[in-house]
Design a protein around this ligand. Structure first.
Ligand SMILES: Cc1cc2nc3c(=O)[nH]c(=O)nc-3n(C[C@H](O)[C@H](O)[C@H](O)COP(=O)(O)O)c2cc1C
Length: 317
């Protein structure tokens, strides 16, 4: 089975990707959090740093572009091509208020004539330049039935992979995914499909297999891989339990690498809190400690709790 790591803006940047890839591995493709080109420049220096090949060695990375203007997409894709990338991903799913207010991400989905023109432009460029363009989409903005028209539109283009997160914008990331629409995609898509959404455990994957009548492959997971970083090992049959020695290594590597590039200290702690908001389910009897850890304002306070929690989970020598 091929497993893709979903992009999570603010979490799966190059520091996390490198740490994860070195310690766990077993990811076939990583998708970088979106870059958002503007009139001024195809990408900011921060976005460039995240996807720079020298910061992603040994990682099979696909950069992602978020825009509703084809000239911006093409400018950014050209830059990415110069950096050595031969696949880019189009974000048609972001539900955030600021993104949608600008007509990008999920808000581009109901604008079907404009979307069709945008895809005409970017796929003509892709054909000339021998570039692959994959798409990561939701089912629609207002209503999941928008997906029927969208499927017809996508079928007009050589979409290298269509990653479907079967939710609409107002679902954000909550509730069950709308698997029946993914089944519709399985029946009608001319593009290779990738399923994304709510794969947190091996049982979640087995449930999908039952719903679809076969083992979906490839699949993309985001929060599941962050919450239990051993999920890739488990899905691929290399492990049955979560490996806390690896989790400690992941924690330590990410923590120390953040300290090298982020200041002041509190901003490093904010980044770590975000990870612990996912990891806390692995430490279910330590609620009070987790609460204190989330409030820590100094490295010393944070380290006292984090290292103790992680040490307690280590196997007996
Ligand atoms: C904090 C956060 C940041 C995200 N950033 C991006 C992003 O930059 N690009 C994107 O396509 N999706 C983004 N997503 C969506 C995820 O890639 C993924 O589609 C979603 O979490 C559902 O998959 P999961 O249930 O496996 O996590 C983000 C989601 C979260 C929670």
């Amino acid at each position: 089975m091929e497993l893709y790591f979903a992009p999570l803006e603010g979490i799966t940047g190059y520091i996390f990707r490198n740490a994860y890839n070195g310690i766990y591995g077993h990811i076939d493709k990583y998708f970088a959090p979106f870059i958002s080109p503007s009139d001024k420049c195809p990408m900011t220096s921060r976005e460039r740093k995240d996807i720079a090949p020298e910061n992603n060695t040994g990682i099979n990375l696909v950069p992602q572009i978020l825009t509703s203007r084809s000239e911006h997409f093409i400018e950014a894709a050209k830059e990415l091509q110069l950096m050595g990338y031969n696949e880019v991903n189009l974000n048609l799913g972001c539900p955030s208020g600021t993104v949608c207010a600008k007509g990008k991400g999920a808000a581009f989905l109901p604008e079907t004539p404009a979307l069709q023109r945008f895809l005409d432009d970017i796929y003509s460029y892709a054909a000339q330049e021998n570039m692959k363009i994959s798409i990561k989409t939701r089912l629609g903005y207002y209503n999941p039935d928008e997906f029927y028209d969208l499927m017809e539109i996508f079928n007009n283009f050589p979409v290298s992979e269509l990653i479907v997160h079967p939710r609409i914008r107002s679902d954000f990331y909550k509730g069950k995914t709308r698997k029946e629409y993914y089944i519709y995609a399985l029946e009608h898509s001319k593009c290779p499909l990738v399923y994304n959404g709510n794969i947190f455990t091996v049982n979640d994957y087995k449930d999908l297999s039952v719903s679809f009548g076969f083992d979906p492959d490839p699949i993309m997971s985001g929060r599941g891989l962050i919450t239990d970083p051993s999920l890739a090992d488990k899905l691929k049959g290399f492990a049955t339990d979560s490996d806390f020695t690896k989790l400690k290594k992941l924690h330590d590597t990410v923590y120390h690498e953040y300290q090298k590039v982020i200041s002041p200290d509190i901003n490093v702690l904010y980044k770590m809190r975000e990870l612990w908001s996912y990891w806390q389910v692995l430490f279910d009897s330590s609620e009070r400690d987790i609460k204190r850890l989330m409030k820590a304002k100094k490295y010393s306070e944070y380290e006292e709790i984090a290292y103790r929690l992680l040490e307690d989970m280590q196997p007996e020598a």
